[in-house]
Design a protein around this ligand. Structure first.
Ligand SMILES: Nc1ncnc2c1ncn2[C@@H]1O[C@H](COP(=O)(O)OP(=O)(O)O)[C@@H](O)[C@H]1O
Ligand SMILES: [Mg+2]
Length: 418
């Protein structure tokens, strides 16, 4: 048996807390996995930013990418490495680059998901450019914002077709507010979307490979308190539906790591924001759920690296369209999409792999999240985000919630999420 080492690269920007935890836990797992005649070991390294020869080989088997959606030198390096070296990256950089919120709405509307009625409007203002005036004078149709607002009905939400982080998002209650918000939106291209209000449940479901964590969410709470700790707040069937929904979205767009915001109204779950392929991974927002995210990342990246999971360079939408053509009742249709997604993520093999090779992860992580190193990782993230006089208080706050997670999982073996 030959000993081979798989290299996992962490492509990072301002991430502080999870990489420290990821690196320590993987080191402590000390994995040697017998696979197809080899003994597979793992190395984790942070990817540096430097000039590169387009023909230079990529040293990594898997890269967890948190940077290239905005840092384009590394984005081109990642794309080159996928094309030329078969690198496995999450997430697919071409898909991240091109699948804006609007595309994701259209695709999931087309597959039959209950996305609220949404319009796209041309922007209020433009960057001057040579052809702009001729183009607008020839083709831009005058439209009445007021009529559009009346047609959609109030309340509605105005929000950019692409960005995230609540930038430019407003709730609109009447025509006057709509006019003002549109005037202030400047050069942004905006959606007008019917509000799902009132809702009785707001969830953020995080998908990592075939693992899905459905978390109750309160958008009105301060940033550090939006993810809730409630357990069993929805029925098992609802959780299963959300799992199918999230995996369908993620498999469809080639995103291994994404989050989906969904609002429940009259028993139906309406997804409103699911183009988040670099989802929040910080302890300062995930707190209690942070260990789950770190462990889910470890499971999926180790699985992909160990098994040399082939990277799908092109998306394949045809099977989803074929299911759509069958005109099945909604839940059945979603289940069929979910099956395609499970096939895409190789869910069964992944579960078997975790059961066989990662049984000690729960215990190692549980121990780790009680150590001074873990607490220091929390403190460093808090120091980066909070004013100095709040660092101590918030470090203890987030640390306390992680210890609460440990109390809930002290039986070990329960921390998995596939
Ligand atoms: N159609 C909607 N119905 C109800 N609430 C909405 C709707 N669209 C947006 N919101 C609210 O506004 C917030 C921000 O909008 P979202 O689409 O998630 O933008 P971003 O991508 O910037 O996070 C959501 O978390 C939710 O609280
Ligand atoms: Mg959002």
């Amino acid at each position: 048996m030959a000993e081979v080492t798989r290299k996992i690269g962490l492509s990072l920007g301002a991430d502080i807390c999870w990489p420290i935890c990821y690196e320590h836990i993987v080191r402590q797992l000390d994995l040697t996995i017998p696979l197809e005649g080899d003994r597979v070991r793992f190395d984790v390294e942070r990817v540096s930013i430097e000039p590169f020869d387009l023909r230079q080989p990529c040293p990594y088997d898997v890269v967890i990418d948190r940077l290239t959606h905005w840092f384009h030198t590394s984005r081109e390096w990642i794309k080159k490495s996928i094309i030329m070296d078969g690198l496995y990256v999450f997430n697919n950089p071409w898909s991240v680059q091109s699948m804006e919120k609007c595309t994701t709405y259209c695709a999931m509307m087309h597959l039959g998901l209950p996305i609220p009625e949404t319009w796209l409007v041309p922007p209020k203002a433009y960057e001057p450019s040579t052809d702009l005036d001729t183009t607008l004078q020839s083709y831009a149709k005058l439209f009445s914002l007021e009529e559009l607002g009346n047609q959609l009905g109030y309340p509605l939400f105005i929000k950019p077709y692409n960005t995230g982080g609540w930038v430019g998002v407003s709730k609109i209650d009447d025509a006057e507010m709509l006019k003002q918000a549109y005037d202030e939106s400047g050069k942004l291209v905006m959606h007008l979307q019917k509000a799902v209000l009132p809702y009785d449940v707001f969830v953020r479901a995080i998908g990592l490979g075939p693992q899905v964590n459905v978390i109750k969410y309160d958008p009105a709470a301060p940033l550090h308190d939006r993810y809730k700790i409630d357990r069993d707040f929805i029925a098992a069937e609802d959780e299963s539906l959300l799992r199918d929904m999230v995996l369908t979205i993620n498999a469809f767009f080639g995103w291994d790591f994404n989050s989906c915001e969904c609002l429940r109204r009259d028993g139906a779950y309406h997804p409103i924001d699911f183009a988040n392929p670099c989802p929040d991974s910080q302890v300062t927002s995930l707190h209690y759920h942070f260990p789950w995210m770190v462990m889910a990342k470890i499971r999926w990246s180790i699985f992909c690296a160990a098994t040399k999971r082939p990277f799908r360079r092109n998306l394949d939408w045809a099977p989803y369209y074929e299911v759509r053509e069958k005109d099945l009742p909604y839940r059945e249709q979603l289940r069929e999409y979910g099956k395609l997604a499970d096939r895409h993520f190789d869910t069964e093999r992944f579960r078997d792999f975790c059961d066989e090779h990662l049984t000690h992860l729960d215990e190692v992580a549980w121990e780790f999240f009680g150590t001074a190193v873990a607490k220091e990782a929390v403190r460093r993230k808090v120091t980066a985000l909070f004013p100095e006089h709040e660092v101590e208080e918030f470090t203890e706050h987030f640390w306390g919630l992680i210890q609460f997670w440990r109390r809930h999982h002290s039986g070990r073996g329960q921390a998995s999420g596939a």
